[in-house]
Design a protein around this ligand. Structure first.
Ligand code: G4P
Ligand code: NA
Ligand code: NA
Length: 174
């Protein structure tokens, strides 16, 4: 696939793989190439085109760029779960997740008014590692009685093959 090939070449040229940590902060994570994001988003949006997605959901911070691009292409809004609850946030859903990569615990917050019962949700993130973020998102979606229709990430570092990804760690190392 064109998006996979382009991302692979970009990581080889401007990124680095250190053990199982992938450095992408020259084009995805810190400095961001919006044209690359659009290319990746086209792939994801095409894959989920027929799934009647009603809202894209991501978590702060690095999922936001892809989520916005995909949501724009699908013609739906996107919501990013917050990691700090703003004082202005009223009724909300919350779920904790432990990051093995960062060795810290975070709580995701989503206001009730932006996630409605029966809504068809696509979850988006930059990396899928241990699945702790997805687990927290699943809890929030369940609290809202919405429906998680799919998960799409840029790079899947796990063995799970029910996660739609542009690239897997295996493909990157292979
Ligand atoms: P999990 O949710 O799948 O369990 O993943 P994990 O906790 O291990 O990931 C924690 C954070 O580390 C996430 O960012 C994730 O995007 C990032 N991460 C995981 N693997 C890599 C990697 O190989 N390279 C890079 N550059 N980042 C990685 P986050 O906590 O959501 O923070 P943010 O950066 O989105 O604000
Ligand atoms: Na990240
Ligand atoms: Na993230």
């Amino acid at each position: 696939r064109y998006a996979s090939q382009t991302l692979l070449e970009r990581i080889k040229k401007e990124g680095r793989v250190e053990g199982n940590v992938i450095k992408v902060d020259r084009f995805l994570n810190h400095m961001v190439d919006p044209q690359l994001i659009d290319l990746l988003a086209t792939d994801v949006a095409t894959h989920f085109m027929e799934k009647s997605i009603e809202k894209v959901l991501t978590a702060e911070t690095s999922g936001i760029m892809l989520a916005q691009a995909v949501a724009g292409m699908l013609g739906v809004p996107f919501v990013y779960a917050k990691k700090k609850r703003p004082l202005t946030m009223g009724d909300h859903y919350a779920a904790a997740s432990y990051s093995f990569t960062k060795e810290e615990s975070t709580t995701l917050y989503v206001a009730k008014e932006v996630l409605r019962p029966r809504e068809r949700i696509l979850f988006i993130d930059d990396f899928f590692a241990k699945g702790s973020t997805l687990k927290a998102v699943e809890e929030i979606v369940e609290q809202a009685e919405a429906m998680l229709v799919g998960t799409a990430v840029i790079i899947n570092k796990s063995e799970r093959n029910d996660i739609y990804s542009i690239l897997t760690l295996k493909e990157l190392q292979g």
